[in-house]
Design a binder for this molecule. Structure first.
Ligand SMILES: Cc1ncc(COP(=O)(O)O)c(C=O)c1O
Length: 399
């Protein structure tokens, strides 16, 4: 008889030869358990998703309550569904006045696709600008925003009219001009190995966009919902985008995303043509109910308040000969090692010892730390001790 692992490899579609194949049994708070009973401390949050930890009780109750009311009733935007109305109203109050209209989608990539369409429709312009080494998703449009041809070559031609600038290089901002429909960027670049913005960089981008009439779009799909120590990274860095993209931790474990802008900008999708974006499942009532409960828990339990302190503790404890630097913004951290060859040993050994860490897409010397924001001081100490041990092990391999 074929094992579960064999069936997985045979029948589940994959795009990687190096799947972790953790045989999940259940998850709770900071931990994921495999079917042999082994406990793993989650230091990834399922890549910036489980900020409240796994299966937060308030989120689970909200999901159960909604299950007893209704699931899908009609394609998005036709029926008055209370979860959508409540969430959009609550979120708008937490954002700048001009971010008052929430269009629900199913994922981060769909939010990015919609933002690209919105920029062209609203501005009547064609060119879009993104940053080198950014990752905005894997659909054809989002993929076209990637600068790295190693990844995109096989899928070309992408959508036309895309230019790239270097993140944090003010010199490149002159490429933003009167032909630019929008600039889309992450406030903290994630997949390049965590690069926070240099002082005033985001303000300069915002100012340049305003000067030439381009939309300033921030992809907060990884940085949103407290990850950087503020509810949103744009609030931390004191800028307001024209269009804000959210997903990942928004759903507190359920799949959902949103494009948020002003009624005027988002309203440009209503006419010429009508139905400028359609989604069947966007804003699914169960997912929005989870998102609402998650947002309430994040705020009521003051989870964000301790994020910067926890970031500091990681920096204090993670000291090792083979660490070159730690780049971070809140609990979004990239630990760069002195040599590339150490990385796979550190990652494998850490996982073996029961803590989940991961690689980045565009940085082969750094590993990612993005634990649930609820991580306790004792758990940070335990995590760092496992990591330091793994670094000793990796170093030992080459001495
Ligand atoms: C910054 C950023 N934008 C967009 C996406 C795409 O989101 P999704 O995987 O939900 O389509 C990701 C996913 O990792 C991301 O990190």
């Amino acid at each position: 008889m074929l094992s579960k692992r064999d069936l997985f490899l045979q029948h589940v579609g994959l795009t990687s030869e190096f799947s972790l194949m953790l045989d999940v049994s259940h998850s709770d708070g900071m931990y994921i358990y495999d079917t042999s009973g082994k406990q793993y401390m989650d230091l990834n949050s399922g890549i910036s998703v489980s900020s409240l930890g796994h299966r937060h009780p308030k989120v689970i109750s909200a999901i159960k309550r909604q299950l007893d009311k209704y699931l899908h009733t009609m394609v998005y935007g036709e029926h008055l569904q209370s979860p959508q109305i409540l969430y959009a109203t609550k979120l708008s109050k937490l954002l700048a006045d001009k971010l008052n209209n929430v269009y629900y989608v199913n994922s981060g990539s769909e939010a990015v696709e919609l933002a690209m369409k919105l920029a062209r429709k609203y501005s009547g312009r064609y060119e879009l600008i993104s940053c080198a080494n950014a990752y905005h998703g894997s659909t054809q449009g989002a993929e076209s925003l990637r600068s790295d041809h190693e990844f995109t070559r096989a899928f070309m031609p992408g959508i036309p009219g895309i230019k790239h600038i270097r993140f944090n290089e003010s010199e490149d901002l002159k490429k933003i001009n009167h032909r630019t429909a929008a600039v889309i960027l992450e406030p903290v670049q994630a997949e390049s190995g965590i690069h926070p913005p240099k002082l005033d960089y985001l303000k300069k981008v915002a100012a340049r966009c305003k000067e030439v009439g381009a939309l300033f779009i921030l992809d907060e799909i990884q940085t949103g919902f407290g990850r950087t120590g503020h509810l949103f990274a744009h609030q931390k860095y004191d800028v307001t985008p024209d269009v804000l993209l959210i997903a990942k931790s928004m759903g507190a474990g359920m799949p959902i995303g949103a494009v948020i802008s002003s009624k005027e900008i988002l309203g440009s999708l209503i006419k010429n043509p009508a139905l400028g974006h359609i989604t069947t499942f966007g804003g699914h009532p169960v997912a929005v109910s989870a998102a609402f409960a998650g947002l309430e828990a994040l705020i009521e339990e003051k989870i964000i308040d301790s994020v910067l302190e926890k970031e500091k503790l990681f920096h204090e404890l993670l000291q090792h000969d083979i660490i070159k630097e730690i780049r971070s913004s809140g609990l979004m951290m990239g630990v760069e090692l002195t040599k590339r060859k150490y990385l796979k040993h550190v990652v494998a050994h850490t996982i073996e010892k029961g803590a989940l860490i991961d690689y980045f897409l565009f940085n082969d010397k750094s590993f990612r730390l993005a634990p649930p924001l609820i991580i306790r001081e004792s758990e940070i100490k335990k995590a760092c001790s496992i990591l330091l041990n793994a670094m000793d092990y990796a170093q030992g391999k080459y001495t």
